[in-house]
Design a protein around this ligand. Structure first.
Ligand code: ADP
Length: 323
């Protein structure tokens, strides 16, 4: 028998499309198990500032398709301090919360792990980030939508690149991981992708520019690649390869917004049900992930420490097809 009677749900760290679908799934599952649910606005900061709101089935009506997060999100320096976490605990206790679901990335799970070592409130995490770089899950909530947004944007840029025989450097998100860049590269048929996981891409890029003087090129640049951002790369090569008419396009925050794709809604829904089930099952400090089309539970320690990178096979596929 579970001792849990009332749970909290909140979003934390960077937002991603599908977070609302996740909130909805957590709230509806908790209610189906006769648990009470509170939403916490603005992540850990709201927990510290006592910004709680009672969630009913109606509170999550008509949000499954909305981007962003109705509970809003934040980064909280205060939660990194013992005094901040103590305030958070006092507020959780005040509302009679026995357990919580955190929707966010690595940092949010790290905070949850530390908190539930100090205080007896179990946390289960749902992976919400567009970067798809979390260890233990094949997909994070928001990645598929971001990938579709990027693909659509690049298709449009490709039209003008082709018509004018220009080379475009298109910067996409990915400070530590190249999933968006590489998968969008495969999906759009880009000539090259520059990603953090691969060293020594400068020479290859030079080769490409040399060999394609009069053609159009789409080069997707992940923020964290080893040469630099799209503007930097363009600066480096722009003068030498003037005939390419090099242009830069930085897609920026549009990648994080918009209505979640069907896949992200589905993923968030399945993981939301699993997250509440896990809490009822007395699990703590685990992430609910999705691996080989099955829901899996992965300890926070593993997801935080583990590194998930794009893998050789995707690189090989892209290498063959981009020629
Ligand atoms: P993400 O969850 O997207 O990786 P962040 O790394 O910004 O985003 O983490 C979100 C929040 O999690 C931080 O603002 C902070 O409140 C909390 N957090 C992150 N690391 C720690 C930590 N070591 N101790 C306590 N809280 C942490």
């Amino acid at each position: 028998m579970t001792k849990i009677k009332k749970i909290a749900v909140f979003t934390s760290g960077g937002d991603s499309p599908g977070m609302n679908s996740a909130i909805r799934a957590v709230v509806r599952t908790a209610l189906a198990h006769n648990l009470e649910v509170m939403g916490i606005n603005r992540g850990y900061q709201g927990m510290i500032e006592n910004d709680f709101v009672k969630m009913k089935s109606k509170s999550v009506r008509n949000i499954i398709q909305r981007g962003g997060t109705i509970l809003r999100t934040a980064r909280s320096e205060e939660f990194k301090t013992p005094a901040g976490r103590k305030k958070a605990y006092t507020n959780l206790k005040k509302h009679g919360i026995n357990a919580a679901v955190v929707i966010g990335g690595d940092g949010s799970f790290k905070g949850a792990g530390i908190f539930s070592q100090e205080y007896d409130i179990p946390f289960v995490g749902m992976p919400g980030t567009i970067d798809n770089d979390m260890f233990g899950t094949d997909y994070t909530i928001g990645f598929d939508t971001a990938l579709n947004t990027v693909t659509e944007a690049i298709d449009k840029i490709k039209d003008t690149a082709f018509s004018h025989d220009r080379t475009f450097f298109i910067e996409v998100m990915g400070r530590d991981a190249g999933f968006i860049a590489l998968k969008a590269g495969i999906a759009t048929g880009a000539e090259m992708v520059l990603i953090p996981e691969v060293e020594g891409q400068e020479e290859k890029l030079e080769e490409l520019l040399k060999s394609s003087e009069k053609n159009s090129n789409i080069i997707i640049v992940a923020e964290g690649n080893n040469i630099g951002g799209a503007s930097e790369v363009a600066k480096k090569f722009g003068t030498k390869y003037k005939s390419h008419g090099i242009r830069v396009n930085i897609l920026g925050h549009m990648q994080r917004g918009g209505s979640p794709s069907a896949f992200d809604r589905y993923l968030a829904s399945r993981l939301g049900v699993a997250a509440v089930d896990a809490l009822i099952d007395n699990q703590r400090s685990v992430m609910v992930g999705y691996s080989n089309h099955e829901v899996v539970l992965v300890p926070f320690n593993k997801t935080i420490k583990g590194k998930r990178d794009v893998g050789e096979e995707l690189l090989r596929v892209n290498e063959i097809l981009s020629k």
